[in-house]
Design a protein around this ligand. Structure first.
Ligand SMILES: Nc1ncnc2c1ncn2[C@@H]1O[C@H](COP(=O)(O)OP(=O)(O)OP(=O)(O)O)[C@@H](O)[C@H]1O
Length: 294
């Protein structure tokens, strides 16, 4: 299990409420941020504030630097240039105020760790001092598992679960500490429509109830189109940020890719045609799938 992805000890400075010193401060602030590996620039000059309660979708072709951006926000990867603050402070790894749903990695089938153990690690893996009362922890774990529809397999070793089932458990783990920022790396991968809705519903609930800022990496914007405040689109070392109606347009993506790209709206869905990487999955037509299932 990649325990460090979601759980690690708190630094002493991080034991507070997670609120910024300045309540009006953005949850995340990137200034002139650049990330490069050797000569390869993933993105440069990124200037971005993510407000509390905002839903930012991060799109872009394979290798454009979406996961790397999350690693930067998690404090696991240093910027090459520019600066970053998270909840008003320099980012650091292991903050309980930042929930993380990592990109899907399949667990070995022989692992003994059960779904409920993984969620529990998300709950008390950050804590110093005596463990919380067992019953309270068990109830909270049960509630979290229930919220993602994972109760039926709470006691099944995680390696025996399907990709979609594992994904739902990871979401429960990420929400365990009531994070003020939620970073999701393709959390809808492997999920059928019903469970996509369960997951997006949970994220939305959390965002509205607690003002959690959401950074949501996805290859498929349509399942979250109604929730997204802004899109950050990364491609060819460049980026574009703005509301979906401004970014998901033929002119914006043509400029970003440097070649003709057409963005169509079909029954309220976004369809991208002609992106050199074959598109980033926006052409997937959920509406058709939904109709078929009824
Ligand atoms: N530590 C590292 N050192 C060198 N190169 C790296 C490192 N981390 C990532 N890369 C490279 O940076 C590029 C971007 O990787 P990243 O995982 O951020 O892409 P992505 O947009 O999330 O892709 P995908 O859609 O396939 O998940 C890749 O080519 C990757 O190999």
């Amino acid at each position: 299990m990649k325990r460090t992805e979601a759980v690690s000890p708190l630094s002493p400075a991080d034991r507070g409420t997670g609120r910024s010193a300045d309540p009006g401060a953005p949850a995340i602030a990137l200034r002139d941020a650049t990330l490069a590996f050797g000569d390869r620039v993933l993105w440069r000059g990124l200037h971005l504030d993510v407000r509390p309660g905002e839903f930012l979708a991060v799109l872009g072709p394979n290798g454009s630097g979406k996961t790397s951006l999350l690693r930067v926000l998690l404090g696991q990867q240093q910027l090459t240039g520019g600066s970053l603050t998270v909840l008003g402070r320099p980012s650091r790894s292991g903050s309980r105020h930042v929930g993380y749903v990592p990109q899907q990695t399949f667990q070995p089938t022989h692992t003994l760790l059960r779904a409920r153990d993984l969620v529990r690690l998300g709950l008390d893996g950050h804590r110093w001092g005596p463990p919380r009362a067992r019953r309270a922890i068990r109830c909270r774990v049960d509630d979290l598992l229930e919220s993602v529809g994972a109760t039926p397999y709470a006691d099944v070793p995680i390696g025996r679960l399907s990709g979609g089932e594992q994904q739902r458990v990871r979401m429960a783990q990420a929400l365990a500490t009531d994070p003020r920022i939620l970073l999701c790396d393709e959390p809808l991968l492997s999920l059928d429509l019903q469970h996509q809705r369960t997951i997006t519903g949970l994220v939305e609930e959390r965002r509205l109830a607690a003002g959690t800022a959401v950074v949501f990496v996805t290859h498929e914007i349509n399942p979250v189109l109604g929730l997204v405040d802004r899109v950050l689109y990364l491609a060819r070392g460049r980026h574009r940020v703005g509301p979906p109606d401004e970014v998901m347009t033929s002119s914006a993506l043509t400029e970003l890719y440097g070649t003709q790209v057409d963005v169509l709206r079909v029954r309220g869905r976004v369809v991208v045609v002609g992106a050199p990487d074959g598109g980033t999955g926006h052409t997937h037509d959920d509406a058709a799938e939904e109709g078929e299932g009824q």
